[in-house]
Design a protein around this ligand. Structure first.
Ligand code: F6R
Length: 613
């Protein structure tokens, strides 16, 4: 949440920063701002709204270029989205400017103290106190002032700071929020919350760790830790290809990412599945596999869509491996009294690898001697670096605020993880393992087939988009699919939707059913134990005048006769079915939102990478 970009070098820092802000818009888009050193002064432009508005305002700056720039996309935490609350924030003298991602929890007491010392505040933000504290500590050296300020802050920050008196310096600091430095050439650097804002200029990235401070100058990058000792850091090479962060002809990132799933699922499988030998391997966890296979219990920790994947992981561990497992919201777990057990295998699942609650849970577990394993998308992210071990889902950059391809890759990887444990514990005959791996390898092709239904789903969306509430139902492996379908719909089209285990409707939600409340049901795998039960639930809804839109397997005449509309998908093994069954709901949510005129890639009040609590 919130995107930071900064530039120091001989090039055109302003246009580069604006471009960077556009790439970071998935992190926040309620306001934007930029501060640049020009002709001996720092000039600042801010606006409520998106970067495109800021771009217009920048035209009024005295010059079009600058060698030293900081800029920001905001996702409001303290203070409404407005020009005043937009970053950069500055001190009383308007000589020190900074951009911040995170939350300063003790800002009220600091503000009171600073006011008593005569500082005047302009915004309602927590960030502004940092600028005034740096002013308070400034004695001609920006680095020293920042070093004195940081210990006074509690909370999280990614920071980039500049001073009018030091035109050759950009000071950056990180604690809890991500910050990376792109090295273009000696004396030319770009700072950003995410490498996506940098990689069109350089692939060489330095990842800052918590409590590190970096000073960028024409002489180079100097990084120190909280004890002011020099930290030697090598730039790492980021392999992402530029096309992955472009829309590639799709109208929205979300649609592109939905359509890329055959490829991203293949990437999750690559090198991990050998169907001929009937073997799976997960290199990143190989040293821990025996520990996990023999642990008494596993816990999956995540938020939002990643938590839905974790819930599927729970079913995998219990049903396939016979290992008791829980999926817990990281935001609850971090404050729970649950004792940390060093025998338990804790898994953190995160697309961004930066989600504040998931990271806090990881740190809590490690602090109390537990072992944590990551299933992460963003290579080099904080959670990926801090986990004891882990595997990458290799979905590539996910820019659409609504997570789609990360979910299917997470579930794919969870299935491989469960199968690795089955293999480690020698639970299945080779023939059964081979059967599962053949099915797993067919998934990308089957997803491709579902995507061919996009036109029909679009036309259904045109017919149904005006409903105000929706119920999503599924059972067992497809209960998390119901939760995820409902989440997708509500976050991008603002329609109230709830996901339920199908049999639970009789315990309350069935009271809501009438012709205006559509029910979306997953009823695949007719041989499955729970299929017949779902059919009964559909009958109950029909009997009360409800409308049913079902995802079912091709050739299922029972559902075709029962439901008002059916979206057919290819059949796979029951445990792999969520990877296929979620695709129609992703497309459905997308087309409903577009039909309702919603900004799919920038849904209101949301932002990707939730780095604040
Ligand atoms: C929903 C969505 C969020 C994220 C959640 C966790 O579409 O994107 O619910 O899944 O914020 O994010 P990560 O996976 O980055 O930890």
């Amino acid at each position: 949440m919130c995107g930071i970009i900064g530039y120091l070098g001989p090039g055109d820092g302003i246009s580069l920063s604006l471009r960077g802000l556009e790439r970071l818009e998935y992190r926040g888009y309620d306001s934007a701002g930029l501060a640049a050193w020009q002709k001996g002064k720092i000039v600042c432009q801010k606006t409520k709204g998106q970067v495109k508005i800021l771009r217009q305002k920048i035209l009024s700056l005295p010059e079009s270029k600058s060698h030293l720039v900081i800029a920001h996309n905001r996702w409001a935490t303290h203070g409404e989205p407005s020009k005043i609350n937009a970053h950069p924030q500055s001190d009383c003298s308007r000589k020190i400017f900074l951009v911040h991602n995170g939350v300063i929890e003790n800002y009220q007491s600091l503000k009171k103290w600073l006011k008593e010392r005569g500082h005047s505040f302009f915004s309602q933000t927590d960030t502004e106190v940092i600028a005034h504290l740096i002013e308070e500590n400034y004695q001609g050296n920006l680095l020293e002032a920042v070093q004195k300020t940081l210990p006074l802050l509690s909370g999280a920050y990614g920071l980039a700071v500049i001073s009018e008196s030091e035109p050759e310096r950009l000071v950056v600091a990180k604690k809890g929020s991500p910050l990376v430095i792109g090295v273009c050439q000696k004396g030319e650097y770009i700072v950003a919350s995410d490498p996506v804002a940098i990689i069109e200029h350089t692939r060489k990235i330095i990842y800052l760790d918590d409590e590190e401070i970096g000073v960028l100058s024409p002489q180079g990058v100097r990084i120190t830790n909280s004890s002011n000792s020099l930290v030697k850091k090598e730039a790492q090479s980021v392999e992402w290809d530029l096309a992955k962060i472009e829309k590639e002809g799709f109208p929205h990132f979300m649609l592109k990412e939905i359509f890329k799933q055959p490829e991203t699922i293949k990437n999750a499988l690559r090198g991990r599945v050998n169907k001929k030998q009937g073997k799976v391997k997960l290199g990143g966890l190989k040293d821990w596999l025996s520990f996990i296979a023999n642990c008494p219990r596993a816990v999956f920790l995540a938020c939002g869509t990643s938590w839905h994947a974790g819930l599927i992981g729970k079913y995998y561990f219990e049903n396939l491996v016979g290992l008791p497992a829980n999926a817990e919201y990281a935001s609850e777990f971090r404050y729970s009294q649950q004792p940390i057990d060093p025998q338990v295998a804790y898994f953190v699942i995160s697309q961004s690898g930066e989600t504040a609650d998931t990271l806090a849970s990881l740190r809590k577990i490690k602090k109390h001697g537990g072992h944590v394993f990551g299933l992460i998308n963003v290579v080099g992210s904080t959670i990926a670096r801090e986990a004891d071990a882990g595997v990458y889902i290799h979905a590539g950059p996910e820019i659409g605020v609504a997570s789609t391809k990360a979910f299917t890759s997470q579930v794919t990887l969870l299935s491989i993880l469960a199968l690795s444990l089955v293999q480690e514990k020698k639970l299945w005959p080779l023939s059964e393992m081979k059967k599962s791996l053949i099915a797993l390898e067919q998934i990308p092709q089957q997803v491709e087939e579902v995507l061919k239904n996009a036109k029909r789903i679009k036309s259904l969306a045109k017919k149904y988009y005006q409903f105000q509430n929706a119920l999503y139902l599924g059972r067992e492996y497809n209960f998390p699919v119901a939760l995820e379908g409902a989440l997708k719909l509500k976050e991008i089209s603002y329609i109230h939707a709830e996901g339920y285990p199908a049999a639970e409707i009789k315990h309350g939600p069935i009271a809501l059913i009438d012709q205006n409340m559509p029910t979306f049901v997953v009823a695949t795998n007719p041989d499955d134990l729970v299929y017949q039960k779902v059919i009964t639930n559909i009958e109950e809804i029909k009997a009360r005048g409800g409308n049913i839109l079902a995802v079912a397997n091709s050739g299922d005449k029972v559902i075709e006769n029962l439901a008002n509309q059916v979206i057919l998908v290819p059949q796979t093994l029951d445990f792999l079915s969520p990877i296929i069954n979620i695709i129609p709901w992703q497309l459905w949510s997308y087309y409903v939102a577009v039909q309702r005129g919603c900004d799919v890639d920038k849904p209101r009040n949301l932002a990707k990478s939730v780095t604040v609590e």
